[in-house]
Design a protein around this ligand. Structure first.
Ligand code: DGI
Ligand code: FE
Ligand code: FE
Length: 206
């Protein structure tokens, strides 16, 4: 029997082991454990939704690659690389670990795939019209087995395996509720993403 092998699969898979070693070097231990869990959770979701599994592994492996930099380092990279910084990102530079992570994935870790880079860039706030890979990374980040603080995790984990958009909306709704309860300032992008998927839910009745 002929083994089906997609070109993009062939290209991304050999990078995975190297990237795992790189992440072990730049992340603190708990963040590295979270990273592995996100990668494997994303791989499971990818196989269900017919998304390229090696791409999901690579995106999961790199999604927090800028998380253990200092705020100064993140802002400096944005300045040097001409990455626009919004007023809220200037105030809360941890939000930049997504954009800066995508930049490092491209320049330092040699990832060219646009969908992987976009998945890293949008993993904290989401964005309207996300690809399935982007949704999977966003959701895997929230529900990986090591996460245990967020409410409704049992329901969200079930939804993730039956309806990606429903899980996505549930996470966004709970994140906004959490930010409101803690006086956390809401990024307009998070709000925009919630509005988009809330409208979609009304249209599609899930
Ligand atoms: O990097 P992780 O901790 O794995 O996960 P993440 O990149 O999704 O970041 C999670 C944090 O981001 C969580 O504490 C909620 C916060 N967050 C998400 N959207 C917003 C936000 N924080 C602020 N201030 N504003 C947002 O819109
Ligand atoms: Fe993150
Ligand atoms: Fe994460």
């Amino acid at each position: 029997m002929k083994v089906k092998c997609r070109m993009d699969t062939v290209k991304e898979l050999p990078k995975l082991k190297k990237l795992r070693h790189e992440m072990k070097k730049v992340l603190k231990e708990s963040r590295y454990e979270h990273t592995l869990s996100v990668a494997y959770t994303a791989a499971n979701l990818a196989s269900i939704y017919k998304v390229d599994v090696p791409k999901a592994l690579v995106a999961g492996m790199l999604h927090d690659c800028a998380k253990c930099l200092t705020d100064e380092e993140r802002l400096h990279i944005c300045y040097e690389a001409d990455i626009p910084v919004t007023p809220l990102e200037k105030k809360q530079p941890f939000l930049l670990h997504a954009k800066v992570g995508a930049y490092l994935a491209k320049t330092k870790y040699d990832i060219e795939d646009r969908d992987i880079l976009q998945s890293i860039a949008s993993h904290t706030t989401g964005r309207p019209e996300m690809s399935n890979l982007e949704k999977i990374i966003f959701i895997a980040d929230y529900m990986e087995p090591g996460r245990d603080h967020a409410p409704n995790l049992d329901t969200i984990r079930k939804e993730a395996f039956t309806n990606l958009d429903q899980a996505l909306l549930h996470i966004l709704t709970d994140t906004l509720a959490y930010l409101n309860s803690t006086d956390g300032e809401i990024d307009p992008q998070t709000e925009l993403t919630w509005k988009y998927y809330d409208k979609l839910a009304i249209k599609q009745q899930f």
